[in-house]
Design a protein around this ligand. Structure first.
Ligand code: GDP
Length: 297
């Protein structure tokens, strides 16, 4: 999969020019940085993030050691790669597994972000690692979402916990935990209600679920294709509920990359997984260094 096509192409062009030069002047580095700046802004990366990123690269790249080295172009490329990876968190941020199972993972997000699909994908991912996940249908306002989760569960032979209509999400999650302890399920993955827009009710409900079951992870599912809007949504959720991480979906359809490159730097929340397709197996652990390498080719 080509990631962030246009950004990748522009960055690769700029860096190729640098690499081909024997010696580099500060002016040449500055010109490259200008091109990188434009490419990042066109990719919808948050402007503050771009500014900080460039100042870090510049600080490292125009030093004597780099410019007077035998391969200054390659050194600058390496610096850009490292700072790109740093921007996204540098290392993989793994699930915070509970020392005493079950690990409880709450998924939050706006409607359409891919939350229900991602719940099933994450359960499938954990199942492949030899775990026994339990999916919990706590989106009580949308019976279709409960049905969707049940169907996805059936397809992958994953158990789905749900209660009849009228039960509160807090009750559902609490009872699902009891069930998990009794039957040895781990992790418990809770699909909470999504709405079209952020509203107080949604935040209250999430806080109530969080307060009751004290999850080990509260992951926000974000549609990467919505760019900086996704970053704003993440900021709000993090301020109001407190997140432990983000899952970026639809990276396969995101041609720009603005959310992927900004969300960690803006919110401080690590991206833990990425969705790269509609199928249940299309979820990957997020490795900033590998993504940076894929962008730079
Ligand atoms: P929810 O309203 O947040 O629960 O969203 P859904 O789980 O129903 O997903 C909305 C749409 O996004 C569905 O058509 C999913 O198949 C699609 N979707 C979810 N994740 C991905 C992804 O990573 N890539 C692509 N291409 N589509 C996705």
């Amino acid at each position: 999969m080509v990631l962030f096509g246009s950004l990748a192409e522009k960055l690769q062009n700029t860096l190729r020019k640098l690499k081909s030069k024997g010696k580099l002047s500060e002016a040449e580095v500055n010109e490259a940085l200008r091109e990188i700046r434009l490419a990042l802004l066109e990719a919808d990366v948050n402007f503050k993030v771009v500014k900080e990123f460039l100042s870090k690269v510049k600080e490292r790249a125009v030093g004597q050691e780099v410019l007077e080295s035998l391969t200054p172009g390659q050194q600058v490329v390496k610096i850009v790669y490292e700072e790109l990876a740093n921007l996204m968190g540098s290392h993989e941020s793994k699930i915070n597994w509970a020392s005493r199972p079950p690990t409880v993972i709450v998924l939050a997000g706006l409607q359409g972000s891919g939350k229900t699909t991602t719940a099933a994908k994450l359960a499938y991912f954990c199942q492949k690692q030899g775990r026994r996940p339990l999916l919990v249908a706590a989106d009580v306002y949308r019976p279709a979402a409960v049905e969707q989760l049940k169907i996805l569960g059936q397809q992958c032979q994953l158990p789905v916990f749900s209660l009849e209509e009228g039960c509160s999400p807090v009750d559902i999650t609490r009872l699902s935990l009891e069930q998990a302890v009794k039957s040895g399920y781990d992790p418990v993955i809770v699909d909470t209600a999504g709405r079209l827009h952020i509203d107080e009710e949604m935040m209250d409900e999430l806080r109530a679920i969080k307060g009751t079951i004290q999850p080990h992870e509260v992951l926000l599912v974000l549609d990467a294709m919505t760019g900086q809007d996704a970053v704003k949504v993440a900021e709000t959720f993090h301020q109001q509920v407190g997140l432990t991480g983000v899952i970026l979906t639809k990276l396969d359809g995101d041609t720009r990359g603005g959310a992927a490159l900004s969300v960690r730097a803006v919110t401080g929340c690590p991206i833990k997984f990425i969705g790269v397709g509609e199928k249940v197996e299309a979820l990957e652990a997020f490795h900033p260094d590998r993504i940076a390498a894929r962008i730079l080719g």
